[in-house]
Write a protein of this length. Sequence first.
Length: 321
Amino acid sequence: MNNDYKISVIIPVYGVEKYIQRCLISCFSNTIARNCEFIIVNDCTKDDSMHIAEKIILDYPFLSITIINHEINKGLAAARLTGVENANGEYVLFVDSDDWIESNMIEMLYENTKKEDSDIAVCDYVKNFKSKSKTVRFKLPTEKRLIPYAFIKKPGYMNFFCTKLIKKNLFLDYKIEFPIGISLCEDLFVVFKLCFFARKITRVKKALYHYNQANPGAITKNYTKNSFYERLFVTENIVKFLNKNTQGEYAKVINFYKLYTKLMLILFPNLRDEKLYKNTFREADKYVWKVPLRFDHKILVWLCNKGHFSIAYFLQDLKKR
């Protein structure tokens, strides 16, 4: 590879002073780091994250590293958009600043896109908890038309931004927007469309990304009622997108996301609202046994659809004891 920055690595930063050193060193020491440009987007972090980052950058004067400072805090989606807008690479890779990557991740994904002539290359990943880890794998469908179904079969794999090397032109050619102001499911909002439009998606069968589950400040650990409305917004957007770009062949995908959204109002005690549950996507209730929700989640949804909220809540809370 020539030193012409084939890959733009975008790293949003906010509130990660405990983790950013590990993240940046894992990126900067990658096997083809010299062929990348690294774009660090400071989303007005209030802690010492950027001071730590600036010190680490001094050890890598031979790399192309740019810091972009937001004037106000805009959120993760806006930080990623800033990165894309300033990216010069043929491909972009997003790395969350509390996570880290294997030393050959960038090279393996890039070589895969070239070998397979693909628009997106995805790898497996590891969920790292405080005292254990879990590798997440998934076999991609070979037919392009089946990609939307892959999202509902393995949401935690397909929705995830950071395991994918993405051809930058996909963002430009299809005018892919980022959900500014949304903190939950912003990955799904964008990644679903990128994968839908991608000419070809390929997989590297190695776990190359480390998803940090030990960060108490992570968005998914702090759900609020607003989190539900954000997921509702994303689901409505996906439904609208599929209705506009397809001929109704993805009804199962649509009903899955509708029920998956309602499920939040059962799983999390601080979000429970029977009236809101009943008034959200009523038309999807009858499909509870026809979409690939987990069986225990189907039971919970079915109980609530029948009005047995207290039983559903009891069963869910029992699992957490």
